[in-house]
Design a protein around this ligand. Structure first.
Ligand code: SIN
Ligand code: FE2
Length: 200
């Protein structure tokens, strides 16, 4: 496994998962899920998303970027919940807080192609992800698209840290196992990724 990858299974206990999910669901009214699209082609993304925090990651026909406002409502994103700021403080080993929490909502047939998180200028800050709800088949590769990959299942409450070399590694989600958890309404999966966007 590439250096700097950390897997923290069941970092969040079942009660902590419930509390975090309630926080996130409660914030969706003000930060509605929407379906972004691929740069250039405009092809709809498989996953609906929204963001929390001072900046949010947005993908549309013009490209990928971070912006302070929701592209549909035009309003600033709501702050990142405390439980996620606490997670970052505990595991990021980085002197500044995260600026973006991308909320990805996977349905039964959603997937996320192999990619590198490359739209942040704070390259020495890790990306930290939290899984809630149904299990996912996560694939982690190396620095090149053709590097060998390994796959693992991510379950509700698991945390993954992409730091060090792994921060620049290809990764993606090949499939989810719908209804493998009853936590998320509809049997889906929510992945929360915390990112530092600008160098502090
Ligand atoms: C991502 O790469 O942004 C999300 C990974 C995941 O859903 O586990
Ligand atoms: Fe990613």
């Amino acid at each position: 496994m590439i250096d700097g990858f950390r897997f923290l299974p069941e970092y969040f206990s079942p009660p902590a998962q419930k509390a975090l999910l309630a926080d996130v669901l409660g914030l969706l009214d003000d930060n509605p899920l929407y379906r972004g699209s691929m740069p250039r082609t405009g092809k709809p993304l498989s996953v609906r998303n929204t963001n929390l925090g001072p900046l949010g990651w947005v993908s549309d026909i013009k490209g990928y970027r971070y912006q302070p406002t929701h592209p549909v409502t035009g309003k600033p994103w709501t702050p990142i919940p405390q439980a996620l700021l606490d997670l970052w403080r505990d595991v990021a080993s980085f002197p500044a807080p995260p600026q973006a929490c991308l909320v990805n909502w996977y349905e039964a047939d959603s997937r996320l192609g192999l990619h590198i998180d490359a739209d942040e200028s704070a390259k020495d800050a890790p990306v930290i992800s939290v899984s809630l709800g149904s299990r996912a088949l996560f694939r982690l590769g190396g620095l090149e698209r053709k590097s060998p990959t390994s796959s693992m299942r991510l379950a509700s409450g698991d945390v993954v840290v992409l730091g060090g070399a792994a921060r620049q590694a290809y990764h993606g989600v090949d499939r989810i196992y719908p209804d493998s958890s009853t936590l998320v309404p509809g049997g889906g999966r929510i992945n929360l990724t915390l990112r530092r966007v600008t160098a502090p």
